[in-house]
Design a binder for this molecule. Structure first.
Ligand code: ADP
Length: 481
């Protein structure tokens, strides 16, 4: 098959989180399976140009209809670690992708509506007719709408769309200006409930709802989250839309690229290792401590890597730092916050813990350091409030770093509690799962209480009663890698 991925990220050239990893890894895997895959991405000014090989002009003067006129785009082409990528570069005063950031602008909805339109226009004008266009998240939600309402009648009648939702929280909203800009027009038609009208705000058009409604198939990134999205508040108001589309909606578990994330060859870590010989992991731990100026000792090292965001359970991340330190472990955090309140909070913590030889908080995005942390830490915490899939626990497993996760979404599809999982034989259990979100509650649980009330999954209990990670690590590492 000929598949075109249209997305706002592709690692490592454009990566804000797991979306980038998955778009790259999935494309590579599809190619390995014999399909032809191309990617269409925005040409951001701040992307990692050093990860693009052979960048050249592929289509000059692509005129993309916009507000009844047109915006001139140059489309560039290059290889990102073997994947053929087309980058859409608009040449207008809007400077859609020259903002020094990927997301977070007040006109994000227009930036990505334009991107979706430009991607279709590029396919049309360059005579590319993929069998499947695979769209990702709200940024490309309008693409299937425009394909089936406009481009289908201009020579793209055979294209089919798969739409994958990586995070239901961010849905993309707009008003009638989006319809005017994209040429969809007809407000009365699109503001109908069974089309794009938001399920709760009658004055808003919902891009993600459009993606779900118009696509031929819709997936989300884990089976458990597919259930949550339909039957709990994790669908962020789209439960009914998913219900109406249930025959073409499914959860497909994300994966990681085992060649990108491989401690045997990882170029960002100083010592390579495999499940059969973990000496390199011990050396990486030492290297990590040296790099972050942490005390060298036999303490276990706990880490958190990820966005600092309500979704990720930041109050539990905060709690885990101090709990780890109080129990004699070291803690390393690598994360970035987009919300000023959360950012300030962790900046303050960083300052407060600055001279602590057992703790380091690194606030920002640092791909290279993340690899060293995965390789050097003993345990990784993922205490998310909700988690569509989560990649950090999978990367942790690949690096022999035991995941301690909250039992939600894809974390439940990938981590099986060492002590209490009833679905897997002991040798297939690979981490720790807890459910509570209240740190006070964790601290007060006794093991008797936890067993008798079936609230035994608190990882703090596991830490406290079962001994420290060195034991856990020895027992579980081999089977997790
Ligand atoms: P998200 O909800 O952000 O997509 P995932 O767990 O699915 O979370 O994926 C997170 C990806 O982003 C992982 O590859 C992780 O290593 C990476 N990552 C997250 N935060 C950072 C950071 N501050 N620096 C480097 N890499 C990060």
């Amino acid at each position: 098959m000929y598949i075109v991925q249209v997305a706002s990220e592709c690692a490592p050239v454009i990566k804000a989180g797991g979306l980038g990893d998955v778009v790259y890894g999935l494309s590579r895997e599809l190619e390995n399976q014999g399909h032809t895959v191309e990617l269409i991405l925005p040409m951001y000014d701040c992307m990692r140009y050093d990860h693009i090989w052979g960048l050249h002009e592929a289509y000059l003067d692509l005129m993309v209809p916009w507000y009844g006129a047109a915006i001139r785009c140059h489309v560039y082409c290059g290889w990102v670690h073997g994947r053929l990528c087309f980058f859409i570069g608009p040449q207008s005063d809007d400077r859609f992708f020259d903002r020094g950031c990927y997301y977070g602008c007040s006109d994000d909805n227009m930036r990505f509506a334009f991107f979706s339109k430009a991607a279709l226009e590029f396919l049309l004008r360059s005579n590319k007719r993929p069998d499947v266009i695979h769209c990702h998240d709200w940024q490309t939600g309008l693409l299937p709408v425009m394909l089936f309402e406009i481009y289908k009648y201009n020579g793209m009648e055979y294209q089919r769309v798969c739409y994958t939702v990586h995070n239901f929280k961010h849905q993309g909203m707009g008003g009638s200006e989006v319809l005017a800009a994209t040429g969809l027009n007809q407000a009365a038609y699109y503001f109908q409930y069974d089309r794009l009208r938001d399920n709760f705000n009658p004055f808003a058009l919902n891009y993600m709802k459009g993606g779900i409604t118009y696509s031929n198939f819709v997936t989300t990134v884990s089976p458990h989250h597919a259930w949550e999205a339909r039957f709990s508040e994790e669908g962020y108001g789209l439960g009914h839309t998913l219900h109406a589309s249930q025959a073409r909606f499914k959860g497909v578990l994300n994966g990681i690229d085992y060649d990108v994330w491989n401690p045997a060859v990882d170029r960002y870590i100083p010592h390579h290792y495999t499940a059969d010989n973990l000496n390199g992991k011990v050396k990486n731990k030492k290297a990590l401590r040296e790099r972050l100026l942490l005390r060298d000792s036999d303490q276990p090292l706990v880490c958190y890597i990820g966005r600092l965001d309500e979704q990720k359970g930041v109050h539990l991340v905060h709690h885990a730092i101090y709990y780890s330190l109080s129990k004699g472990a070291q803690f390393v955090l690598l994360g970035s916050a987009t919300e000023p309140g959360i950012n300030n909070h962790f900046q303050h913590e960083k300052q407060f813990l600055n001279n602590n030889p057992d703790c380091h908080l690194e606030l920002g995005f640092n791909e290279e350091l993340s690899h060293l942390i995965y390789a050097g830490a003993d345990m990784i915490i993922v205490p998310s409030n909700y988690e569509p899939c989560g990649l950090t626990q999978m990367i942790g497993l690949r690096y022999g770093t035991v995941p301690i996760v909250r039992g939600v979404g894809g974390l439940l599809d990938t981590v099986f509690d060492r002590d209490y999982d009833g679905t897997k034989p002991p040798e297939e259990r690979n981490g720790y799962v807890f459910y509570q979100t209240d740190p006070q509650r964790w601290s007060r649980l006794s093991i008797e209480e936890s067993v008798s009330t079936n609230m035994h999954r608190s990882y703090l209990n596991n830490w406290y009663f079962k001994g420290w990670a060195t034991t856990i690590l020895g027992a579980t590492q081999a089977k997790t890698m």
